[in-house]
Design a protein around this ligand. Structure first.
Ligand code: FAD
Length: 302
């Protein structure tokens, strides 16, 4: 029987937009994760605002799912509500800016920038995240990051209202922003670019895609770099020097191709991946005295 809470969620998000006990493995690039009690897919900024307000007002636990490319969700799942913003995917060029809703894919934004002859987002073309997730994480690659191109972020606060934040209001840092302190849900953003030469932009994107393909284990499910880069070191190099390439627990493996990636070789559980993260940290800590901090967001109980 539908609970009152479920009915309320459906009233806010629309019919068929609330799933109960939805397996999260199908929503994460690691391809692991048990069921969420509730899984809601708002389709408009207004319904996202109402949802955030309602969840806060009723003191319910929730987290936002972007493209699930930086998440490790427990096999036990999540005892709360997952807000999936992939339905908020409007994206358009406004002069030299891109307006994009939170659920739009970063790769699509980069392709649109290319089509419009705008430079600045080439670095992001191979990052498999959403605009929202990329802003929260301050995603970056090859010397650039979201902080460099963000002019405005529309953030939904606890009271369900939208606020406009500048790039500096976002307090971007290395793979972090104000949102990682639980402050707000990204609804949309304006990315500021510069006029450029289409051929050069395309060449750059191709060059970076080739680099990724040759260096990263893109053929396996993963969440990209598992650990943040410790100051003065590279996580992948430390892991390699600790003798861990190919080190395996269950179906989780330190990628022999790029030790900074933990991959799901096919049958990994979230627990396998979690245990491997902990073991790699321990071994690198013992060997080099460097503490590796996960970049991957860990959700649920382990
Ligand atoms: C093959 C591969 C390569 C990768 N390469 C890179 C890389 O080069 N550089 C890099 O930085 N990252 C990389 N990543 C990691 C990942 O793609 C980025 O961190 C990305 O920005 C995450 O976006 P997402 O939409 O998937 O977020 P999710 O994984 O869905 O969420 C990440 C965090 O953001 C929160 N969140 C998501 N959307 C919102 C929102 N709208 N409002 C508030 N909170 C939100 C979530 O609750 C969670 O805490 C890679 C991952 C893979 C699998």
């Amino acid at each position: 029987m539908e609970s009152f809470f479920e009915k309320q969620l459906e009233e806010i998000a629309g019919e068929g937009r609330v799933l109960v006990q939805e397996e999260l493995a199908g929503h994460t690039t690691f391809r692991v994760g048990g069921p969420a009690d509730y899984y809601v897919r708002p389709q408009t900024p207004e319904s996202l605002c109402r949802l955030v307000w309602y969840l806060k007002e009723t003191e319910r636990d929730f987290f936002v799912m972007g493209n699930g490319s930086n998440l490790l969700v427990s096999d036990l799942g999540y005892r709360g509500t997952v807000v999936d913003v992939s339905g908020l995917d409007e994206i358009r060029i406004e002069g030299t800016e891109i307006y994009a809703q939170a659920g739009a894919l970063l790769s699509k934004a980069a392709q649109m920038a290319l089509s419009a002859g705008l430079t600045g987002l080439e670095f992001a073309s191979g990052i498999p995240g959403s605009i929202g997730g990329a802003l929260v994480m301050n995603a970056g690659a090859y010397g650039s990051e979201m902080a460099d191109v963000t002019r405005e972020v529309i953030l939904v606060g606890e009271d369900g209202t939208e606020n406009s934040l500048s790039g500096s209001d976002m307090q971007f840092g290395y793979r972090t922003s104000i949102c990682r302190k639980g402050k707000g849900v990204v609804s949309a953003a304006r990315i500021s670019l510069k006029p450029g030469d289409k051929t050069e932009i395309e060449e750059k994107m191709k060059e970076l895609a080739l680099k990724r393909k040759s260096r990263q284990p893109l053929e396996y499910p993963s969440a990209g770099s598992t650990f943040k880069r410790p100051e003065g070191y590279y996580a992948g190099k430390l892991i390699m020097d600790a003798g861990l390439p190919g080190y395996t627990i269950g179906g989780a493996q330190v990628s022999p191709k790029h030790c900074g990636f933990i991959i799901n070789t096919g049958r990994a559980t979230a627990a396998d991946i979690y245990d491997l993260i902990m073991e790699v940290r321990e071994k690198v800590g013992e060997r080099f005295g460097v503490e590796l901090e996960p970049e991957v967001c860990i959700i649920g109980d382990f």
